[in-house]
Design a protein around this ligand. Structure first.
Ligand code: MN
Length: 229
């Protein structure tokens, strides 16, 4: 009996790995998630050194600082994000920084099979934006247009409509402070630390380069989950 229970727990852990649910329901202390791929496997778009520093240093720092800010909270990450206006800026920056990066690593992949956009998602994007190319153009425009540091997102907004939006610093559309609220299904980090070593000041080139390493299978799964939230 105990063995069966352990097995069921193992299977449900697998099922939620890479889900919005697993990101949202994480409890403190937070931990740095392992990457699903090698740091040198995305080099057509992101160089190894950037991946190592970005994941191992930047993301780790958000994790460490979030744990320092909230040493004894019993709340889940999503409970904190939804009430972020009641917390100090350091919590917003570091819990936001952790959620955003944990999400970001999931939407990248070197696996060409996962890079094919599932037809359900493609139809949804075509319905909303006209075509996948028009969606990409608009996404790049908002990413390049975000002044300073921040993120560009594809979300399911409060009417469950697909919408592109951007946020400053480590904010995200789950936060109660967001101008446009919703559930992220895709998102790109446009901080200089995400691209400067390979692209220097050319953020638009970085955004264009990333299309070749997007895990559309994962985005499709995030979107199916977002529709039920
Ligand atoms: Mn970053």
């Amino acid at each position: 009996m105990k063995l069966i229970f352990t097995f069921i727990c193992f299977i449900s852990t697998l099922a939620f790995a890479g889900s919005l649910k697993s990101l949202n329901q994480e409890k403190f202390p937070l931990s740095l998630p392992k990457l699903d791929y090698a740091t040198d496997s995305l080099i057509q778009a992101v160089d190894k050194e950037t991946m190592e520093i970005h994941h191992g240093k930047h993301h780790q720092t958000y994790v460490n600082n979030a744990n320092k800010e909230l040493p004894s909270t019993k709340k889940t990450v999503i409970e904190i994000l939804k009430a972020i206006s009641t917390y100090p800026a350091a919590v917003k920056n570091n819990v936001g920084g952790h959620w955003n990066h944990a999400f970001f690593w999931k939407v990248l992949t070197p696996d060409t099979k996962k890079q094919a956009m599932p037809s359900r998602l493609q139809k949804e994007i075509e319905t909303q934006f006209g075509s996948v190319d028009q969606f990409k153009t608009e996404f790049e425009k908002q990413g390049a247009g975000r002044f300073g540091s921040g993120w560009v997102w594809l979300i399911r907004d409060e009417n469950r409509k697909l919408q592109i939006t951007s946020t400053e610093y480590q904010d995200n559309p789950l936060m109660d402070t967001a101008a446009v609220k919703g559930v992220p299904v895709f998102g790109i980090d446009v901080w200089e630390h995400a691209y400067y070593l390979k692209y220097q000041n050319k953020r638009a080139d970085y955004l264009k380069g990333l299309w070749s390493i997007i895990n559309w299978k994962q985005v499709d799964e995030f979107d199916r989950e977002a529709l039920k939230m």
